[in-house]
Design a protein around this ligand. Structure first.
Ligand code: NAP
Ligand code: ZN
Length: 356
């Protein structure tokens, strides 16, 4: 173990948005001094989540610019603080959407830090417990409390593991909670970053999986990823053919959707879990719920323990993300492609390409 000798903050190379309406550009940021419980991670790869775009463009509210997004971080431990017990230099690690929480509220106490009642500290754009603003993983290194660092199993390469830190756990958590498994019919709405992980994970859990996409353009991919059914939501007949079919529907769509039409696809007692986070409201027709005792639910990422469980599950089942590796100067183009639903199925930034 390396003793903490870092006397001061460290300057990181990063890519981010200096203001709301401008493209991302190379920036320099300061990372905090390595504290006794901190791990300094050399970031090797960072996935591009649609949340990065919602956040940076101010769709979810006020942003403390400059915004450095990125919460699908995979890298290698460079240095650990004096009191760190779980990690050592050289370890392969990940960081997801949160880097701290109050640790005292009832949700933190029972290990569900993502639902921290005063609010968890997000990996980017949050005020950290020490009063500084957090900056995400479009960067060469990060300093994180060891309690929020995940171990990446040996069987997973770092680039394809990075998207598991958000897309993986955000879909794993509701699939587990609502019992996806043998004998259950699961539908995944939207075949993007989250959607393609939902298909792989639900299939590995033993469920029968159907994709509901805007078109049949990606049908071959969906079947290859593990779905047995693939339908276009632009085709009216889809909603007649699938009425009352599913036990569980996971909606990963980043835009407003007519939720009532999808609720009608649930059988009695079925649940539609929303993980997509468009800024608009999603109006729910009362009768779609009450006639068949259906539920409409939401889910936010997963806890730290659950994220580790998901990583181990993926390694065990040989699952990781399907990615397109890009360099830092391709980030703006990649964002435009995400907005056009033209991604197969996660862009991952190789951080060694960040300008010096
Ligand atoms: P993504 O890769 O862009 O995938 C979203 C998919 O939704 C697209 O590939 C597309 O699939 C479908 N879609 C897009 N626009 C649509 C429209 N107008 N109508 C119908 N379908 C549309 O995004 P992502 O990174 O997976 O993230 C998805 C959403 O989840 C975002 O809103 C993100 O902020 C949110 N999110 C939530 C959590 C959480 O904890 N709850 C965590 C991470 C992300 P098809 O081409 O197949 O139709
Ligand atoms: Zn995300």
């Amino acid at each position: 173990m390396t003793e903490t000798t870092h006397p001061a903050t460290s300057t990181a190379r990063a890519y981010g948005a200096p203001a709301k309406t401008v493209p991302l550009e190379p920036l320099r940021i300061e990372r905090r001094e390595l504290g006794p419980k901190d791990v300094r991670i050399d970031i090797r790869f960072c996935g591009i989540c649609h949340s990065d775009i919602h956040f940076t463009r101010g769709e979810w509210g006020r942003v403390p610019y400059p915004a450095i997004p990125g919460h699908e971080i995979a890298g290698v431990v460079a240095e650990v603080g004096a009191e760190v017990s779980g990690f050592a230099p050289g370890d392969r690690v990940g960081v997801g959407c949160m880097v701290n929480s109050c640790r005292e509220c009832e949700n933190c106490q029972r290990g569900e830090e993502q639902y921290c009642i005063p609010g968890n500290t997000q990996t980017y754009g949050s005020v950290d417990r020490d009063g500084t603003i957090t900056y995400g993983g479009y960067s060469d290194h990060v300093v994180v409390d060891e309690d929020f660092v995940l171990r990446i199993p040996d069987g997973l390469e770092l680039d394809v593991a990075a998207p598991l830190l958000c897309a993986g756990v955000t879909t794993y958590s509701p699939l587990r909670r609502w019992g996806a498994g043998p004998g259950t019919q699961v539908a995944v709405v939207g075949l993007g970053g989250l959607g393609h992980m939902a298909v792989k994970i639900a299939k590995a859990m033993g469920a029968e999986v159907t994709v509901l996409s805007q078109s049949l353009r990606k049908k071959e991919d969906g079947l290859r990823l593990g779905a047995t059914g693939y339908y276009a939501t632009s085709d009216e007949e889809t909603f007649d053919a699938l009425a009352g079919r599913f036990d569980l529907i996971v909606n990963t769509v980043s835009a407003k959707l007519e939720i009532g039409r999808f609720l009608e696809l649930l059988r009695t007692d079925g649940t539609l879990v929303n993980v997509g986070a468009p800024p608009e409201a999603l109006p729910v027709p009362a009768f779609s719920l009450i006639m068949q005792r259906r539920s409409f639910a939401g889910s936010l990422i997963g806890s730290i323990a659950e994220t580790q469980e998901m990583l181990d599950f993926c390694a065990e089942h040989g699952i990781a993300a399907d990615i397109e590796r890009i360099s830092a100067d391709q980030i703006n183009d990649a964002w435009e492609r995400v907005l056009r639903s033209d991604v197969r199925y996660r862009f991952v930034i190789d951080t060694s390409t960040l300008p010096a």
